[in-house]
Design a protein around this ligand. Structure first.
Ligand SMILES: Nc1ncnc2c1ncn2[C@@H]1O[C@H](COP(=O)(O)OP(=O)(O)OP(=O)(O)O)[C@@H](O)[C@H]1O
Ligand SMILES: [Mg+2]
Length: 316
């Protein structure tokens, strides 16, 4: 293994999922079986939380690495072309690429139909080969642990190893397909002591803690994190809250007319972490996260966003 240390500018390394997203909308009501509906809007694009965060990082001009995997079919090749400007290390897996169809409803809700595809095959070996030791200020963002089954079995070790290699650790758990069983909660509790930044939504916070009382959940989760770590809770159109060293902070999101909220949390993560990498405090991170999410979500299709176009979102 090449263990030469990286001497780069502040950078974000993302270890997460990448797949193909076909986003269609909007539906007024769920159709009857056997019918066909014409959708006024659609976009075929790279998706998955790893890809969403990496592209958001590119939109705000952050130096970014994406460590992930693609399938061995046409979509795998196509995906690899969607990340110009991002240092990509995509493991080629001997499976069809994971595909997700996202249907947007007029009420603002959405449904996803997703195949297992290649995601289960991203290997620990591939991640460790490309997550190079660094001397520069760097954050490793780990996303979608529950979908990356090869990594999941050794996740706590992986987080610990990334810290040893010089990275601050950020984790966005996402949602476990099997639900928040007691075993899943115990598993997540083994990951928390490695985290410098835990980036979750309100429902995930309640689920990890196993309580409906959000304040109690935040205290419980906060106790499990690394000393001095930041706990960030994303609350949709309301914005985000943060907790650090016993202090609480919140940022209200600006209202926006948004058709496509896919990747909201990932766009927020990129903006928040970019601000923190630049030395911004918790409150600055929350504000940058909300601005970045709003800017990206307001654009459809997203493919037309240029690298660095939203750099203002993380301006101090
Ligand atoms: N309708 C909205 N208007 C303005 N900002 C929004 C809206 N929805 C989401 N956001 C922004 O996106 C951020 C993340 O959204 P959300 O809280 O839904 O995260 P999430 O549940 O992790 O999302 P995801 O489903 O992508 O995982 C919010 O903190 C907010 O800043
Ligand atoms: Mg999320």
């Amino acid at each position: 293994m090449d263990t030469a240390r990286l001497h780069l500018d502040p950078h974000l390394s993302i270890v997460g999922d990448v797949g193909v997203d076909l986003v269609l909308g909007t539906l007024d009501a769920w159709p009857r079986i056997g019918t066909e509906l014409l959708m006024p809007r659609s976009e075929l694009r790279a998706g998955g939380s790893g890809a969403n965060a990496a592209l958001a990082a590119r939109h705000i001009g952050l130096n970014t690495q994406l460590i992930s995997a693609v399938g061995n079919d046409h979509f795998g090749h196509w995906l690899a072309e969607q990340f110009t400007g991002i240092r990509c290390n995509l493991e080629a897996c001997d499976r069809e690429t994971t595909i997700s169809v996202g249907l947007m409803h007029a009420c603002g809700d959405r449904n996803f139909f997703t195949t297992h595809g290649h995601l289960q095959q991203l290997s620990v070996q591939h991640v460790l080969k490309h997550l190079r030791p660094t001397d520069a200020p760097a954050i490793a963002l780990f996303t979608a642990p529950f979908l990356l089954t090869e990594l999941r079995g050794r996740y706590a070790d992986l987080l610990a190893e990334a810290a040893t290699r010089g990275y601050r650790i950020a984790l966005d758990t996402g949602w476990p397909p099997e639900g928040w069983t007691p075993d899943v909660r115990d598993e997540v509790l083994t990951w928390l002591p490695h985290c410098d930044h835990l980036l979750i939504n309100e429902l995930e916070a309640r689920s990890i803690a196993g309580t409906e009382d959000l304040d109690a959940a935040l205290v419980l989760i906060g106790r499990e994190l690394k000393a001095g770590a930041s706990l960030v809770v994303k609350v949709g159109a309301r914005g985000a809250m943060g907790f650090e060293a016993g202090r609480r902070s919140a940022h209200d999101a600006e209202p926006a007319d948004i058709f496509d909220t896919i990747g909201a949390g990932d766009a927020f993560n990129a903006g928040y972490l970019a601000a923190r990498l630049r030395g911004g405090h918790l409150a600055e991170g929350l504000a940058a996260g909300c601005r970045t999410a709003r800017a990206i979500l307001s654009r459809f299709p997203r493919k037309t966003i240029r690298a660095g176009e939203f750099a203002d979102c993380i301006a101090a």
